[in-house]
Design a protein around this ligand. Structure first.
Ligand SMILES: *Cc1c(COP(=O)(O)O)cnc(C)c1O
Length: 380
């Protein structure tokens, strides 16, 4: 048996008619730019994510940058985030000219530890940027309370957490903006690169739209081919990191399936967790009040690298994602951190392992992963 981390071919086979139809619709419309697919996707995604406004972007990294730009964060500002994430969580802050300040995480959720945030706040701190890693929401009520007390903005990196909630409330409830990635391996993936950024604040939404598309009012772009072209208003220096029409159409084809796909991820996770309880394999937590959407199912195992090797030998793909942490990566060597700077991030990164999960993992494959992993850890 071979169990992949993601079975893209199975996904395409299942959705072939809808995806082919979506691409064809864009090709035949003759409106390759500023067409109707982007706004339609934004409305549908807003409904799915429980937010009033969504703006398409061409990656999760772009979504984070657009959010920071729209909130006026730039040179001279500090933004507090975590070292155990995709580099985009940190590099987006640097790309807008601000400075990222890392704080360590909670060992059980892998997310920003609210108890460590206040010690990192300086007079220059402008915002918090928590990450909902692997699909488990960060402690938003606690972080929002800190942000409010110190008059800070908040941008959420929900690139791995579409559909996650805290106390039944969607992500974006506690912050000014929340960024999603639609990279192919995320809960809602494009066939290439795509992202989105959401908010419940209409004034922020307008600025997100401006910054995503050159700084020009978008309504004008949608009317540009009509006789009553209202003329070009350039209001801010934006970027051109919009969602394109083909990806928007493909995402619209997949979007109706996302709730069932998330339920399948949760069912896989619960089956794994039941099987691993009381063994050498430590399952992930799902905190009370939190809805984890399991982009990754992350266990902690002794002799992790050897376990990964033996799993691969038995045909089971697994992965070490968002590890080692950013502060020990060559790109940030000049910042002067080393091992020991963020001990919880380091310890989790040393023994975590992501197992196959998701809509196209069969029950037989899931059972094989459990049986194989338990046999390997017993034998070590
Ligand atoms: C994937 C990801 C990003 C970046 O998204 P892209 O679409 O790849 O640019 C940012 N943050 C986290 C936590 C991610 O997983």
């Amino acid at each position: 048996m071979h169990v992949p981390m993601h079975d893209y071919q199975a996904e395409y086979r299942t959705l072939k008619a809808e995806i082919d139809g979506a691409v064809q619709r864009v090709l035949e419309r003759g409106r390759p730019d500023w067409g109707p697919e982007g706004p339609a996707f934004e409305e549908e995604l807003g409904r799915l994510a429980g937010l009033r406004h969504m703006v398409g972007a061409n990656s999760g990294m772009a979504a984070l940058k657009i959010a920071l730009l729209a909130l006026g964060i730039g040179p001279g500002d500090e933004v507090i985030t975590v070292p155990n994430s995709d580099i985009a969580s940190t590099s987006a802050i640097h790309h807008v000219g601000a400075k990222a300040v890392w704080v360590d995480i909670e060992a059980d959720t892998f997310n920003m530890d609210p108890a460590l945030v206040e010690a990192a706040i300086t007079p220059r701190t402008k915002a918090l940027l928590p990450v909902h890693l692997y699909g488990h929401p960060a402690d938003m009520p606690a972080l929002a309370e800190i942000a409010q007390r110190h008059n800070l903005l908040m941008v959420e990196d929900a690139c791995l957490a579409l559909g996650a909630t805290v106390n039944g409330q969607p992500l974006g409830t506690w912050s000014q903006a929340v960024a999603y990635s639609h990279a192919p391996s995320k809960q809602l993936g494009a066939l290439g690169t795509a992202g989105s950024v959401g908010t419940n604040d209409p004034a922020v939404a307008e600025r997100l739209q401006l910054f995503a598309g050159y700084g020009q009012r978008r309504q004008r772009s949608y009317l540009v081919e009509r006789w009553r072209d209202p003329g070009l208003d350039l209001l801010v220096e934006g970027v051109n990191e919009r969602l394109d029409e083909v990806q928007a159409a493909i995402l619209r084809a997949k979007l109706p399936h996302v709730p069932a796909w998330i339920e399948k991820r949760r069912a896989d996770a619960h089956a794994y967790t039941a099987a691993f309880r009381g063994t050498a394999v430590t399952p992930p937590v799902e905190r009370p009040g939190c809805r984890h959407t399991y982009r990754n199912y992350v266990v902690r195992v002794p002799q992790r690298d050897e376990v990964l090797r033996r799993l691969a030998h038995a045909g089971v793909s697994s992965a070490i994602l968002y590890a080692p942490p950013l502060h020990v990566q060559p790109v940030y060597a000049h910042l002067g951190y080393r091992r020991g700077s963020f001990p919880v991030s380091e310890a989790t990164c040393d023994d975590l392992l992501c197992l196959p999960i998701g809509p196209f993992l069969s029950e037989g494959e899931r059972a094989y992963v459990i049986e194989t992993l338990l046999a390997i850890t017993h034998a070590l």
